[in-house]
Design a protein around this ligand. Sequence first.
Ligand SMILES: Nc1ncnc2c1ncn2[C@@H]1O[C@H](COP(=O)(O)OP(=O)(O)OP(=O)(O)O)[C@@H](O)[C@H]1O
Ligand SMILES: [Mg+2]
Length: 300
Amino acid sequence: MSPELFSHRLIFVTGKGGVGKTTVALALGLAAAAAGRRTIVADIQGSGEQQEAELAPGLFRLSVDPQSAMDEYLLVKVPGPAAQLLRQSRLFAAFAMATPGMRELLCMGKLWELAQFERRTPDADAYDLVVVDAPASGHGAAILRTPRTFADIAQVGPIAHQAQTIAATLRDPEFTAVVAVSTAEEMPVNETLELRDALATGPDPLELQAVILNARYPDRFTTAQASAIAAALARTPAPADGVRSALSVALTEHARARREAAQAQRLSAAFGPRLLTLPYLFEPAIELPQLRRLAAELSP
Ligand SMILES: Nc1ncnc2c1ncn2[C@@H]1O[C@H](COP(=O)(O)OP(=O)(O)OP(=O)(O)O)[C@@H](O)[C@H]1O
Ligand SMILES: [Mg+2]
């Protein structure tokens, strides 16, 4: 991974559902922390850690949800009893949350706050880098646009001002980077190309800083070897079940590797040196040791 990526303050990791966004966000976080950057990986599902929790030395994790982002915003921005009243007002909460895009704006506001050297939240330490485990591509691109949209609609007032500030940092390519995760399959590759195009259009165009091809299958056999395996399978009598199934597995894996090669080629043609590949890990679960292996491949 080019060291330049880790010099950003905010890295958005997005991609099709299930391609490995969470895995890659954590691996990037580990790589950045290992390179000495105090890093937090934040997701916007609001289902994980509600407090900033340390996962590994220099690597923290947080789940951002709109409700607590709003509570915190009111606490910091609105003085005294008024905030208390607003926070307790279910009508106000219901109204705010029903405003289209408000949830996204609140989440973006919190992510932006995390990325400030001067944290708005009292007693909070600063991070060098915030890695966002963002929602799947379509929604991921939309959430990046929310502050700009709000700024354009509201124009004046505290929300517009806040949204303008956030939008300005998002369109600053030194501050914010967007990374797409894909697997070497047709639909995820299509979605990655669509994401690139969606980000490039509109008033604040963004570029994909890197594309990570995750979970690439090993390509173990040449075409000649695969033919030899197929021939051996045809010669092997049915009673030798173990041998037959081992040969079939090898052929299936070979077929998959070849299908993946064609899709990897599409990504490579589109992104050239910005494309990085992570291997498929044949492990029962991806936990810290496995994440460290992936992080080693992403290290600057
Ligand atoms: N390189 C890899 N090798 C093997 N398994 C992997 C790899 N990367 C991810 N996985 C596994 O694939 C599954 C999906 O990964 P992950 O949860 O990171 O995807 P996601 O894009 O965040 O999904 P969602 O869209 O649901 O949030 C998980 O079980 C994860 O452990
Ligand atoms: Mg995920």
